[in-house]
Ligand binder design. Structure first.
Ligand code: SF4
Length: 361
């Protein structure tokens, strides 16, 4: 009994100190309502949802310009629901993990058409929407609607693992981390609390060099007090990623390059791309060139790391006349405006290699 009381008191002290620190030092982010305004001016659920989807596996710095571009072009969830899929995919190009963009469109359509443009407030109903998993549902419920929800992203995971010296390796340790986060999440201001924890993890409690002298909860931090904060979170040994090889094909004619649209399902689905030899996560490319031509292999290749494998993508170039009837379905795209094609990063890198090579010749 005494233990429970003491834990509750400690939990209350931790959340109070974190919120006070957040009130003073909250990061200014375009989708965020500053803490002193958040009680009477709730965050825009569309902005919170959009930012949380963009922030999955992606840094804040990378997301900010994309968030600005999306909200300027599609200021409401209804506007996004009405957008052409190709335009949204092109606007997303470079942000990676393209399944997020496809789910973004589906979710916007579901909210717009089935829910009158109003995002649900409860985690349980949010989870039913395309692309919204437990973390995102909790974040939207807490940040946009002030509901008590237990929010655990990678930054919060690290802070909690250190605060409570959780030595069960991830991912198994996630259960304990969630339980400890639950224990210190307050009933009031749960959204601000989640953002306070995110900020602490993104700034002071950094991966390599936590600045514990500035931390508002160092007094309670077991890892700090035992002198080894960097040892947490403990991670299970990583398996080496398979290394795959493939070839992309640059077919040029009269200042235009031939672009295909990748199949809707599968990696980079629905995106414009250079033709390739059919490489995939489970196998090297083996299909050969898409059309007979006089091919020249470039010396440089693209190195790209996906979640489950790495890819070395060679680049073959031709500007010889090809039988256009034999080309895979696609379109000629002006090389000068290739930036507007919405190519995924992998193929943008290949294009840069070709263009750099041409400048040298
Ligand atoms: S004391 Fe250090 S390790 Fe502990 S939560 Fe604060 S910054 Fe992180």
């Amino acid at each position: 009994m005494v233990r429970v009381q003491s834990k509750t008191q400690k939990a209350g002290e931790i959340s109070t100190k974190l919120l006070a620190h957040y009130d003073e030092h909250a990061r200014e982010l375009p989708w965020r309502v500053p803490p002193h305004e958040s009680s009477d001016q709730p965050a825009n659920p569309y902005h919170v949802w959009l930012s949380e989807i963009m922030l999955q596996q992606t840094t804040v710095a990378a997301v900010i310009p994309y968030f600005a571009k999306f909200t300027a072009r599609w200021p409401t969830v209804e506007a996004l629901a009405d957008a052409e899929e190709a335009d949204v995919m092109a606007a997303w190009a470079g942000l990676g993990y393209y399944a997020r963009a496809r789910n973004l469109i589906k979710c916007a359509q579901a909210v717009s058409e089935e829910l009158d443009g109003v995002f649900p407030q409860d985690e349980g109903r949010l989870i039913g929407l395309p692309g919204i998993g437990p973390y995102t549902a909790a974040a939207i419920s807490a940040i946009a609607f002030g509901k008590r929800a237990v929010v655990v992203d990678a930054n919060i995971e690290r802070v909690i693992a250190r605060l409570f010296e959780i030595d069960t390796p991830l991912p198994a340790g996630k259960t304990e981390i969630r339980a400890e986060t639950d224990a210190i999440t307050p009933d009031q201001r749960a959204g601000d609390f989640a953002q306070a924890m995110m900020d602490l993890g993104a700034s002071i409690c950094s991966v390599k060099e936590p600045d514990c002298a500035l931390c508002p909860v160092s007094k309670y931090c077991r890892a700090y007090n035992s002198g080894k904060p960097q040892a947490y979170p403990v991670k299970a040994a990583k398996k080496a990623k398979p290394a795959r090889k493939g070839v992309s094909y640059w077919i040029e004619k009269d200042g235009n390059v031939w672009l295909i649209k990748r199949q809707a399902k599968g990696m980079l689905g629905g995106m414009r791309a250079l033709p390739d030899d059919g490489w995939r996560a489970g196998a090297n490319g083996h299909a050969g060139s898409p059309v007979d031509a006089n091919w020249r292999m470039l010396d440089r290749a693209v190195s790209h790391v996906f979640t489950h494998f790495s890819l070395e993508l060679s680049v073959a170039v031709t500007d010889s006349v090809v039988d256009e009837n034999a080309l895979p379905p696609g379109e000629w795209w002006p090389v000068k405006s290739l930036d507007n094609a919405g190519l995924p990063t992998l193929f943008s890198k290949a294009a840069r290699i070709v263009l750099a090579e041409e400048r040298r010749r």
